[in-house]
Every structure is written in structure tokens, then in C-alpha cells.
Design a protein around this ligand. Structure first.
Ligand code: GDP
Ligand code: MG
Length: 435
């Protein structure tokens, strides 16, 4: 996933001071690659990377634990901006007329029902559904069933083949029933064709919709972009409903569609059930495209709590293998400030299922207690810790002597490792493997 790839590409940036055009090149190549594999249109990916570069260049690299993620955050914010641009609200009119367009199977009929339900519930509309699919009687039955389930007005005519007549009579029927929201469900084709386009143009002219929503299947990927362009050119869509986001669609199509057609994504379908539908959340989509758990909020949290200078000092100490128990204690404090280990793990990509037991949290608390029972001198020079001192510390922190020894041994190993990392190629390799 993108975060992993970025991790390796950005590792080299660690501690290089500022992000520059040169040191970003490799990283941005990865970003572009990741966007492409998330199904983002190549033109969009190219432009996006250029913009991110402009944002990044000149920024200080955080020398804390998350320098690579800093760039992910910039990318994320940029994605949210791009995805969320434009108004995602429907026209606030009563009566409101909405025409649904899109390819066959994209979810127009299902979404008509979902939208009626949503607007009735959240905006107090009284919806009417009008079946303008004149090719498939089953589609009319499907819409009628949905209307029944949502207790809203329905108009359809299985004998009539002219969508204009159906549309106009649908408007009359809605008025008659005192509905103030009319949703026109239309037919689709497997591909955009001229006949279909002509038909929706005629219907548009006849019923004068306030909103024309393009229903697009997120799984369609690049193809969805061409479709969006086509429909938009023909009828000026006012919004997109992106469906089937519950599947494994990578979400890149959303970004491409939005930036090529510049039509805002207004709603998203997340399942077959009537209430698996919501207004579009750009932030969720950005996370999905980046394939990261909740890295962004993790970074934000880290930025809030980890003192930059302090982190820098630590990193320097580690490099010089001059890291003592006092530093160890301070690092633990930093981690603790970020919240429980579990909540931190929950935000890491691929780690959300990993449970940190109470045992781990207890162990940390115990380690802390042990170090706190040491004198400052002992913390700075752990090799002083022998015999009676160890006993005193064990008593002071309410643990066994062997617990103190275990901690000292662990710390000793850490120091050894830092020394190894300091020297030579092998050490640097290890450092990389650990990051
Ligand atoms: P239409 O031809 O554009 O009217 O498409 P339909 O509304 O008939 O939907 C086609 C299929 O996609 C149906 O089986 C729907 O249940 C399914 N569908 C629609 N929206 C979603 C969605 O958001 N998630 C999932 N999983 N299925 C959906
Ligand atoms: Mg349909």
C-alpha cells in the first residue's frame, strides 16, 4: 500500500533538514506510482504530484518518529481538498427535481430509493419516484417496490415508450400526491451511446431538473472517468453519486472523476441496503486512496505531543549511542502522552486488529516505576547498578530483583544495538530494517 511504499521512499529523507526538490524526487515517484495503482487517472496523478511537490518543498522535516508520514499528511490534506472542492449540498428547493443518469448496473434505481429515503428522513421531503426506464419492465417493478418500501409516491407506465410523456405525467402525479421531491430514474446502457444521450437530453428538457446526478460505480476505475465526462458534456451533471464503495474499489476513480469533470461527489453508496448511503466524506476517501489506517490522525497526534527539539535530541543521542535510562524514561513519557498503546496501534496501517494486552501496558508502568526509583546518577550511568543498589530499587518500586535485572539486560541490549548501528554499513542496514 501507499504508506509502505512511501515509508521506504521517504526513509532517506530522515533528518535531512528541509524537503527539497532533489530529495523529494524518489518519494514523489512512489507517490505517483501508488496513485496509479489506486486507479487514479495518469493525468490527475501527474498534476497531483506537482502540487504536492510545491507544498512540500521548503518544509522542515520533522526529526521525530514520523518524517515520512509528514509527507503523507500533506498528500492527504491535498487529496481532501481536491475531493471536497465545490458544493456537495443539493439545491435547497421545494419542490426539488432530481434526474438520475448513469450506465446500466451503476446503481441508479437503488440510489433513487436510497436518496428518497435519505431526503425524507434528513430533510423532511415528501418524495415521489418516477420510472423512466422504458426498456426493462423489471426496472419499473424494482423502483415501484422501493417506493412501496419507503412509502413514497410512485409513477410508472409499462405501456408507454416515450420518456418525455412519462416524465411529464410523473410530475403531475407527484403534484397530485403533494410530493415535494421528484426523482426520475432513467435507463442505462452498458456503454454511453448516442441514443441514450438523446433520450436523457429530451427528458431533461421536459422535466427541467434542479439536479442531475451521475451515478457511477466506483469499481469501474478509469472507465468511470470517461463515462463521467461523456454524461457531463451531454447534460451538465450537478453531482456524482459514487456507488459500491463497500467493495474493494480502490477509490482512485473518485479522485479522477472529480478532477477531470470537476463535478462534486455528493453522495456515496456503501451497500445494497436502503440505508447504506451517506453524504460524501472527502477525508474518508482520501484515507482510502492512500490505503492507510488512520495515519493522518496519528501524525496529528504526534505533532501535538512530541516535542520536536526533544525528539531531535533523542535521535542525536541514539546516533551517538549515548542513550541512558533517563532518556529511556523520557521516551516512554512521550509515547504515553500519545494515548494508550492500543489506541496508537489502532491508528497504524495494518495494525488495527492487533491487540495490546493489559500485560504490555502493565509492563510499561512497571518499567517506569523501576527507573523512577533510581537516582539521577544511576539513570545516567546504568553500569553502576549492581547488588545492593538493585535491591534498593526493587524494593522502592515494589518489584523483584529479577525484574530490575531483566530491565537492565534489555537496556544493555538496546545500547549494544545502537553502538552497532553507529558503525559501518552493516549497522546502517540494521537501522533501516528496524525503521
Ligand atoms: P441501475 O441499472 O443503474 O439502475 O442499477 P441498480 O440500481 O439496479 O443496481 C445494480 C446492482 O448494484 C444491484 O444489484 C444493486 O443492489 C447493486 N448496488 C447498487 N448500489 C450499491 C452499493 O452501493 N453497494 C453494493 N454492494 N451494491 C450496490
Ligand atoms: Mg435501473
Amino acid at each position: 500500500n501507499l504508506t509502505d511504499k512511501l515509508g521506504s521512499a521517504l526513509r532517506n529523507l530522515r533528518g535531512t533538514g528541509k524537503l527539497t526538490e532533489e530529495n523529494m524526487t524518489e518519494a514523489l515517484k512512489e507517490v505517483r506510482q501508488a496513485l496509479l495503482s489506486a486507479d487514479v487517472h495518469f493525468k490527475v496523478a501527474r498534476q497531483f504530484v506537482t502540487e504536492v511537490k510545491e507544498q512540500c518543498v521548503g518544509q522542515e522535516v520533522l526529526k521525530s518518529v514520523t518524517p515520512g508520514q509528514q509527507v503523507v499528511k500533506i498528500i492527504h490534506d491535498e487529496l481532501v481538498k481536491l475531493l471536497g472542492e465545490g458544493t456537495t449540498e443539493l439545491e435547497d428547493k421545494r419542490p426539488l427535481r432530481i434526474m438520475m443518469v448513469g450506465l446500466h448496473g451503476s446503481g441508479k434505481t437503488t440510489s433513487s430509493g436510497k436518496l428518497a429515503r435519505y431526503l425524507a428522513k434528513k430533510r423532511d421531503y415528501r418524495p415521489a419516484l418516477v420510472a423512466c426506464d422504458v426498456y426493462r419492465p423489471a426496472a419499473i417493478d424494482q423502483l415501484e417496490m422501493l417506493a412501496k418500501n419507503e412509502s413514497c409516491t410512485f409513477y410508472g407506465d409499462r405501456e408507454e415508450k416515450d420518456v418525455v410523456k412519462i416524465g411529464k405525467r410523473g410530475l403531475d402525479a407527484a403534484k397530485e400526491a403533494d410530493a415535494n421531491l421528484v426523482i426520475f430514474d432513467t435507463a442505462g446502457r452498458l456503454q454511453v451511446d448516442e441514443h441514450l444521450i438523446e433520450e436523457i437530453k429530451r427528458l431533461k428538457k421536459a422535466v427541467q431538473p434542479d439536479e442531475i446526478l451521475l451515478v457511477a460505480d466506483a469499481a469501474l476505475g478509469q472507465e468511470a472517468v470517461n463515462v463521467a465526462k461523456h454524461f457531463h458534456e451531454a447534460v451538465d451533471c450537478t453531482g456524482i453519486i459514487l456507488t459500491k464503495l463497500d467493495g474493494d474499489a480502490r477509490g482512485g476513480a473518485a479522485l479522477s472523476m472529480k478532477s477531470i469533470s470537476n463535478v462534486p461527489i455528493k453522495f456515496m453508496g456503501t451497500g445494497e441496503k436502503p440505508d447504506e448511503f451517506d453524504i460524501f466524506h472527502p477525508d474518508r476517501m482520501a484515507s482510502r486512496i492512500l490505503g492507510m489506517g488512520d495515519v493522518v490522525s496519528l501524525v496529528e497526534k504526534a505533532q501535538d505531543t512530541i516535542d520536536e527539539k526533544e525528539a531531535e535530541r533523542m535521535a542525536e543521542k541514539m546516533r551517538k549511542a549515548d542513550f541512558n535510562l533517563e532518556d529511556f524514561l523520557q521516551q516512554m513519557q512521550q509515547v504515553k502522552k500519545m494515548g494508550s498503546l492500543n489506541s496508537i496501534m489502532g491508528m497504524m496501517p495494518g495494525m488495527s486488529g492487533v491487540e495490546i494486552g493489559d500485560a504490555e501496558e502493565k509492563k510499561m508502568a512497571r518499567t517506569e516505576a523501576i527507573i523512577r526509583s533510581m537516582t539521577p546518577q544511576e539513570r545516567q550511568t546504568p553500569r553502576l547498578l549492581r547488588g545492593s543498589r538493585v535491591k534498593r530499587i526493587a524494593d522502592g518500586s515494589g518489584v523483584q530483583v529479577r525484574d530490575v535485572n531483566a530491565l537492565l539486560k534489555q537496556f544493555g541490549q538496546m545500547q549494544k544495538m545502537m553502538k552497532m548501528m553507529r558503525g559501518g554499513k552493516k549497522g546502517r542496514k540494521m537501522m533501516k530494517a528496524m525503521q
